[in-house]
Design a protein around this ligand. Structure first.
Ligand SMILES: Cc1ncc(COP(=O)(O)O)c(C=O)c1O
Length: 322
């Protein structure tokens, strides 16, 4: 792998990806097996979604579906929007981020600072701040479609454009394989669009069909596992939208389902900061919690790979760190 620090880059866009992977040996003390964590909060926008922002825009340029001067629009929980704001700033596109008021405000501030226009959408009746439900997401989707139509914009559609999963197939998983010399037995991932899970699972299984891939959902909103929704308003921002159909998911990628509750996600995120010095968000805590669950169960003695999705700085206004 060509390290991003080994040459002069032409823009910050080239600094996306090639993140370090570390073994979480403090958290796994007393357990048999390893957790290897990819530090994607070290991307320029402090999340893994920088990768897909770059890929979607570059593929759209190559395919001729995004032309110079055209506005880019996307619905976001903040991270894809930040990645798109960075890529669009560098490449000179106007970018409009459409986000629920339920997501933490520092995300909107950061996108605005990067030159994006941020449209905040009211939450559905009964929803609470910091908890973005499937109904909240539907309202964001509707507002996004309206803006795309009004402005004849390019929709950087993270739920449907292949770049959103190809970025992880071509890069994230390949980096994992190189950095661990292929010594990975399982992968687990908290799913939003499923781009990360599907892209990594496909690459891992191409590399070694025995690698087990586990899909993580919030407890109480595990529709992909076929369970009834009893708590759509969970606190694990970035996913768990209770969508029964996701474009990138294929049954052959999924070896099992894991549910993580809010309390476990909170505690593991805090533990990750205190024990490993990794300052990350809720979904990273959910990923690590699921990996611990696997080491206590079917993956005992094995190596489980997880992505550290975004930075804890994105949650300073929530009660995560209080
Ligand atoms: C913090 C965070 N975690 C997890 C996810 C889910 O990732 P994916 O959309 O690749 O399934 C997202 C997606 O936006 C995210 O922002």
């Amino acid at each position: 792998m060509k390290g991003r620090n080994s040459r002069l880059l032409t823009s910050v866009v080239e600094a996306i990806g090639n993140t370090p992977t570390v073994e979480l040996s403090r958290i796994t003390s007393g357990l048999e097996g390893r957790i290897v964590a990819k530090l994607d909060y070290l991307n320029p926008g402090f999340s893994k979604k920088d990768r897909i922002a770059r890929k979607i825009i570059e593929e759209a340029e190559t395919d001729g579906v995004l032309s110079s001067g055209q506005t880019v629009v996307e619905a976001t929980s903040g991270n894809t929007g930040t990645g798109l704001a960075i890529v669009c700033a560098v490449k000179g596109y106007q970018f409009v981020a459409v986000m629920s008021k339920g997501n933490s405000p520092e995300r909107a501030q950061m996108m605005r600072a990067l030159g994006a226009e941020v449209v905040l959408v009211d939450q559905a009746p009964g929803s609470s701040l910091g908890q973005v439900s499937g109904s909240d997401w539907e309202l964001v989707e509707k507002a996004t479609q309206d803006i795309v139509r009004e402005r004849t914009a390019f929709r950087a559609d993270q739920f449907h454009l292949e770049g959103a999963t190809r970025a992880h197939y071509l890069n994230t998983a390949r980096e994992f394989i190189e950095q661990t010399s292929g010594q990975i037995h399982a992968f687990c991932d908290f799913v939003g669009t499923s781009g990360t899970f599907a892209g990594c699972a496909a690459a891992f299984k191409d590399h070694d069909a025995r690698i087990r891939c586990y899909l993580i959902e919030p407890a109480g909103a595990a529709v992909l596992a076929g369970k009834p929704v009893t708590n759509a308003s969970h606190q694990i921002q970035g996913g768990g939208y209770s969508m029964a159909a996701l474009d990138f998911l294929k049954p052959e990628y999924i070896d099992g389902y894991i549910q993580i509750d809010d309390k476990t996600a909170y505690e593991t995120t805090r533990f990750l900061a205190r024990k490993e010095g990794i300052f990350a968000g809720f979904s990273s805590g959910a990923n690590v919690a699921a990996a611990i669950h696997l080491l206590r169960g079917p993956m005992r003695g094995k190596t489980v790979a997880v992505v550290i999705c975004d930075s804890g700085l994105k949650y300073l206004s929530t009660d995560l760190w209080s």
